[in-house]
Write a protein that binds this ligand. Sequence first.
Ligand code: GDP
Length: 298
Amino acid sequence: RQGWLDRLKAGLRKTGSSITTVFTGTRIDDELYEELETALLMADTGVKATEHLLQDLKRRVKEAKATDPSQVKTLLTDAITDLLQPLQKPLAIGDHQPTVIMVAGVNGAGKTTSIGKLTKHLADEGLSVLLAAADTFRAAAKEQLAVWADRNTVEIVSQQGGDPAAVSFDAVSAGRARGRDVVLVDTAGRLPTQTHLMEELKKIKRVVQKADGTAPHEVLLVIDGNTGQNALAQVKAFDDTLGLTGLIVTKLDGTAKGGVLCAIAREKPIPVYFIGVGEKLEDLETFNAREFAQALLS
Ligand code: GDP
């Protein structure tokens, strides 16, 4: 666990170092706050969260009667922790069999890798998992998912050139019939231009619901922590169409745009169930607001 925190610290160094240099001076003055504003914006914290943090920080500085910039750094860590707190919520798998988790994300975000990691995480908790290969457009998607299924020795439901909604329906039905705990539905991240991705995802959601009245129980979006404000735009767009219940933020083992979590907390506070800190199966961690804030400003 400790090794992981060091990795997160190292990963966020590119984001954090420009922020922490602001506190190397000797005075707390307008210049400090201006530099901090620039650094936060550069880290993709976004205008709204940056304004909020600066106001909150100034209040804390006044309250604490702080005189040294290094104290301001500690107070900013507290402010960021409080801002991120609403995002800290664990993924809870209920008793319903199967719990259906639909996973979306644009190509390259790390969706397939995250599904592999999530499968391991759930299997480690003693849950039986079934994968649905509903990304039927991308030629390699099914094979990639099958590799992760093999690594985790779990079942996978797929169809050669099949319809994504049909695959999802079959998988949920199979999960019910076989009494599996969780069905993870991998969806497409991009389609041939003539078809609309969001329409397809909505259709999968509808069909999954037909297969099991209460499903999907979770709708997750995987976003690349390296894409900053672009990731926030994806969260907004997917939430508008699908109604997201959680996020997985990947690639926090090396990003200059880690401030985007603050932007998400301020503008679309959807729980961050997990963060990705590497390419390996075990490189998935639960999100903790204070750990993240401390790693960012370490
Ligand atoms: P998909 O297109 O969304 O399914 O993306 P993939 O799962 O294929 O991942 C795209 C690339 O990102 C691959 O090279 C992955 O190894 C890499 N990747 C995914 N998650 C992480 C992460 O948390 N950290 C790092 N460093 N790389 C990641």
